[in-house]
Ligand binder design. Structure first.
Ligand code: FAD
Length: 724
C-alpha cells in the first residue's frame, strides 16, 4: 500500500513537471535566454537562490528527470566554478542516493524475488566489488546518471557507500561540466563540452581502479615466484595431494575433462571420511541405535530387552561397512577413470615439483602446471599435563584400538562436546559404556542455538551420560588407583576416574611435513586461500579440511569442484567458491541439522528476522513412529517468506533439511514449500507445516474480516419471524 502511494505521488510530480513545461526550462537554449534573470535573482538573494537551486537539483536527480546536465552547466554560469562545483557535487550525490532508495523501496524485493537465484552471482559481485564498478561508472560520464542510480537500487549495495563513491567518482565530470557552464556564451551544444581527448581521459580514469587491481595482483605474483625456476614443460596438468573427499573429487573432475592428473595418497584411499570419520561413526551409531531401541522396545508395545551382543562383532561390522563402501574410492576405480594414483607420501620440492616417496619403496618426481593440496585434518590434541602418560584415543585411533575388545570401554571419558564428541559418546553409551562427557564451554555444540544445546544435553543425559559442561580440564593423573582427569568447576577441582579417554576437541588442518614451510606458506592455523581457493602461489590450490572452515565431506567435495576447475581453466575464467548455503548435520539422536543462520547468529550479526517454529510432537508420522519430539525452526526476512536459515532437531533431521537447502539455494520461499504436495504420512510433511505456521502468522487479517462480512451477507437477509 505504502509503495502504491509513493508511486502515485512520484508519477504525479513527474506528470506535473512535463505538463508545466519543466522540461522546456531545462535546456541549453532556455538557460541562455534566462541567464540574465537568474543572475539578477542571485544578486538579490544569493543564499536563497543557492538553496533553491540545490533543492531543485536534488529533485531532478531523485526523480530521474531529464536536465541534470543542463543544471550542472547552470551552476557554473550562475555560481561560478567553485561554488557551482560544491552545490552540484552534493546535490547530485544526494539526488542519486534518493533515486537509489526510491528504486530500492519500490522494486528491489520484486526483482530479487523474481530472479533470486539468477541474481545471486550479481549480488555477490556487487557486495564484493560494487564500489569499484560504481566508481568506474561514475568516472566515465558516458553511462547515464539516472540509469546507474536505478539499477544500483535493485542490488544490495549499501546506500551510504553508494553516496560517497558517487560523490567521489562524479567529481571530475562535474568539474568539467561546471567549468563549461562558466563559459556558457561560448557553448554551442552539450556534446561540445567533452572533447574526444577528454572522453579518453575519463575512460582511462574509469578503468584505472580495475587496472590497478590487476597490476597489484601481477606484482604480488612476481614477488611470490621470485627465486623459483618454473619448468618450461610439465609432466602433468594437475597433481592432487591427498585422496580424501576433496582429493578424490578434484582428481575425478580433472580426469573427466581429460587432463593428465596424478593423485597421491600416503594412507588409505578415501581419507578420513571413509576410514575413521563419517562411515565408521555412522555404522557404529546404527548398531547403538538398535541396541537402544531393543532396550526401549516397550515403547512400541514389545518386551523391552537387554541386547546381548559381542562388541567385537559390532566393531567388525563397522569394518565390513567400510569395506563395502571402499570400492567407491579405490585405486582401481580411479585408475579406470583415467587418474594416475600413486600410493606414497607427497612433498612439494618447489612450487611445481612434487616428490613422492612410494609406500612400496622408490621415489618419483613429478611436475605439474597446477597442484591441489587436499591433505585433510587430524585430531586436535591439547597440551594437557599428563596426557602423554595415558593411552588416549582419538577418532583416528579409536576404530583399531577398540576393534580387538570384547566389550566397550567400561568407564569412558569423552573430552569435547562438539559433534564428534557427542556422536561417539552417545553411541558408546548405548552400547554399554559408562560415559562422562566433559565440555569446557557452558553448553554442548555451542555453534548451535542454546535451545538445541539444552535439548541435546537432555537427550544425552537420558542415555545415561554424565554431561559435565562448564568443566575446565586441568591435568591427567595415573596411579595404582587408576586414571583420572582433574577438572575445574566453579573454582573447585573435581577428579573424574576413567578407563579410556577419547579426545574429541576438533580437528586441526594437516599443514606440515610436505613442503609448505619451505615454500614460505603460512602453516599456522589452516591453509589460507583466496576466494578462488588459490594459496599464496596462485597455481597451488587447497580444498577440504586443510583449508576449510567447514570440516565436512560434502563441503570438501564442493570446494574440490572450484579448486579443480580453477586450476585447469582459471586462465579463461575463475570461479569464486560459494559458501552461501552450507548445510550440515550432527548424527546424534535426535539429529541436529542446520542450514544458513541460527537465531543466535542472526542476533549477533544484527540481521533482522522472523522465527517460525513447528513442533514435531504435532506431526502424525512422528507420533506413529514414536519420534514425536524436536522442532523445526525457520528464520525468514521480516514480512517475507525468504528463508535465512533453518534448524531441525528430530528424527532424520538431516534428510528433512534437504528441502530447505534446495529452497535456499534456488531462492524458493516458504509459500512455494506450502504449495508443494507432501506425501501423508511422512516426516517431510513437517516442512510444509512449518511453512503453514509462517503463513498463518501472515494471514491478511483485514481482508479476512471483510471476507467474514461478505460471507455473512451471502447467507441472505434475516427474515422477520411471522406468526406461527
Ligand atoms: C568421527 C568423525 C565423524 C565425521 N562425520 C562426518 C559426517 O557425518 N559428515 C560429514 O560431512 N563429515 C564428517 N566428518 C568430517 C569428514 O570426515 C571430513 O570433513 C572429510 O573427510 C574431509 O575430507 P578431506 O579430503 O579434506 O580430508 P581427508 O579425508 O582427511 O583426506 C586427506 C588425505 O590426505 C592424505 N595426505 C595428507 N598429507 C599427505 C601427503 N603429504 N601425501 C599424500 N597424502 C597425504 C591423508 O592420508 C588423507 O587420506 C567426520 C569426521 C570425524 C572425525
Amino acid at each position: 500500500m505504502k509503495k502504491l502511494i509513493l508511486l502515485l505521488v512520484l508519477l504525479t510530480i513527474v506528470l506535473l513537471f512535463f505538463a508545466l513545461g519543466g522540461h522546456e526550462w531545462l535546456t541549453l537554449e532556455a538557460l541562455r535566454r534566462h541567464q540574465a534573470e537568474f543572475a539578477a535573482l542571485r544578486t538579490r538573494s544569493p543564499w536563497l537562490t543557492a538553496a533553491g537551486f540545490f533543492l531543485l537539483y536534488v529533485l531532478v536527480a531523485a526523480l530521474s528527470l531529464p536536465g541534470a546536465a543542463v543544471m550542472t552547466l547552470a551552476a557554473g554560469a550562475l555560481f561560478g566554478l567553485w561554488q557551482g562545483l560544491v552545490l552540484v557535487s552534493f546535490a547530485s550525490s544526494l539526488g542519486a542516493t534518493l533515486a537509489l532508495l526510491v528504486a530500492r523501496f519500490l522494486l528491489r524485493d520484486q526483482v530479487q524475488h523474481r530472479f533470486g537465484s539468477r541474481l545471486k552471482a550479481v549480488n555477490a559481485g556487487i557486495q564484493r566489488d560494487g564500489a569499484f564498478y560504481l566508481f568506474t561508472l561514475r568516472l566515465v560520464p558516458v553511462f547515464p546518471f539516472f540509469l546507474i542510480n536505478l539499477l544500483m537500487g535493485l542490488t544490495p549495495f549499501p546506500a551510504r557507500r553508494f553516496y560517497w563513491v558517487s560523490q567521489l567518482g562524479m567529481l571530475p565530470g562535474t568539474l568539467v561540466y561546471v567549468n563549461a557552464g562558466t563559459q556558457l556564451a561560448a557553448l554551442d551544444s552539450l556534446g561540445g563540452i567533452l572533447s574526444p581527448a577528454l572522453w579518453l581521459s575519463f575512460a582511462l580514469l574509469g578503468i584505472f581502479p580495475l587496472l590497478a587491481r590487476h597490476l597489484v595482483r601481477l606484482m604480488q605474483r612476481r614477488r611470490v615466484y621470485k627465486g623459483w625456476h618454473k619448468p618450461h614443460r610439465f609432466d602433468r596438468n594437475l597433481i592432487v595431494i591427498g585422496a580424501g573427499a576433496a582429493g578424490l573429487v578434484s582428481a575425478y573432475i580433472a580426469a573427466a575433462v581429460k587432463a593428465r592428473v596424478t593423485l597421491i595418497e600416503a594412507g588409505q584411499m578415501g581419507g578420513d571420511c571413509l576410514n575413521t570419520g563419517c562411515v565408521p561413526s555412522k555404522a557404529l551409531i546404527r548398531s547403538a541405535r538398535l541396541a537402544h531401541q531393543m532396550r526401549h522396545a516397550d515403547r512400541y508395545g514389545l518386551h523391552a530387552t537387554q541386547p546381548a551382543f559381542s562388541f567385537r562383532r559390532v566393531m567388525q561390522r563397522v569394518q565390513e561397512v567400510i569395506q563395502k563402501v571402499e570400492p567407491h574410492d579405490s585405486v582401481e576405480r580411479y585408475t579406470a577413470l583415467g587418474v594416475e594414483v600413486l600410493q606414497g607420501h607427497g612433498r612439494l620440492l618447489d612450487p611445481w615439483t612434487v616428490e613422492v616417496n612410494l609406500n612400496d619403496g622408490g621415489c618419483r618426481r613429478l611436475t605439474a602446471r597446477a597442484v591441489i593440496i587436499a591433505a585433510g585434518a587430524e585430531p586436535l590434541v591439547p597440551e594437557l599435563p599428563g596426557l602423554e602418560t595415558v593411552d588416549y584415543l582419538t577418532s583416528d585411533t579409536l576404530w583399531q584400538a577398540l576393534a580387538q575388545r570384547d566389550s566397550p570401554p567400561r568407564r569412558l571419558l569423552v573430552l569435547g562436546g562438539g559433534p564428534v564428541g557427542c556422536e561417539l559418546a552417545q553411541a558408546l553409551a548405548r552400547l554399554g559404556s559408562e560415559v562422562t562427557l566433559v565440555q569446557r564451554n557452558p553448553r554442548l555444540m555451542p555453534k548451535e542455538d542454546e535451545e538445541v544445546s539444552e535439548l541435546l544435553k537432555a537427550a544425552l543425559t537420558q542415555d545415561g551420560i554424565a554431561v559435565l559442561t562448564g568443566h575446565q580440564p586441568l591435568r591427567l593423573e595415573q596411579d595404582d588407583n587408576g586414571k583420572r582427569l582433574i577438572v575445574r568447576h566453579h573454582d573447585r577441582e573435581v577428579a573424574l576416574a576413567f578407563d579410556d579417554l577419547l579426545v574429541a576437541l576438533g580437528r586441526r588442518p594437516r599443514l606440515t611435513g610436505y613442503g609448505l614451510e619451505q615454500l614460505g606458506i603460512d602453516t599456522d592455523k589452516r591453509l589460507e586461500t583466496n576466494d578462488y581457493l588459490e594459496t599464496l602461489y596462485p597455481h597451488i590450490y587447497a580444498a577440504g579440511d586443510v583449508a576449510g572452515g567447514y570440516q565436512f565431506t560434502h563441503i570438501a567435495a564442493h570446494m574440490a569442484w572450484y579448486a579443480s576447475v580453477n586450476a585447469l581453466f582459471g586462465q579463461f575464467r575463475r570461479f569464486r567458491v560459494d559458501y552461501s548455503v552450507i548445510p550440515w548435520c550432527t548424527f546424534v539422536d535426535p539429529e541436529v541439522a542446520r542450514v544458513g543462520l541460527s537465531e543466535a547468529e542472526a542476533r549477533d550479526r544484527g540481521i533482522a528476522c522472523e522465527v517460525t517454529r513447528f513442533g514435531l510432537d504435532d506431526l502424525d508420522r512422528a507420533i506413529t513412529d514414536g519420534a514425536d519430539h524436536g522442532f523445526i525452526k525457520v528464520l525468514t526476512v521480516p514480512g517475507k517468506d525468504r528463508i535465512l536459515g533453518v534448524t531441525i532437531v528430530g528424527e532424520h533431521a538431516g534428510e528433512l533439511l534437504a528441502e530447505y537447502v534446495l529452497a535456499m539455494r534456488h531462492g524458493l520461499g516458504l509459500n512455494k514449500l506450502l504449495a508443494t504436495i507432501h506425501i501423508y504420512p511422512t516426516l517431510s510433511e513437517a516442512n510444509k507445516y512449518a511453512a503453514g505456521e509462517w503463513k498463518k502468522a501472515h494471514a491478511p487479517q483485514r481482508l479476512l474480516a471483510w471476507l467474514a462480512r461478505y460471507h455473512r451477507w451471502r447467507l441472505g437477509k434475516k427474515q422477520p419471524r411471522g406468526p406461527l
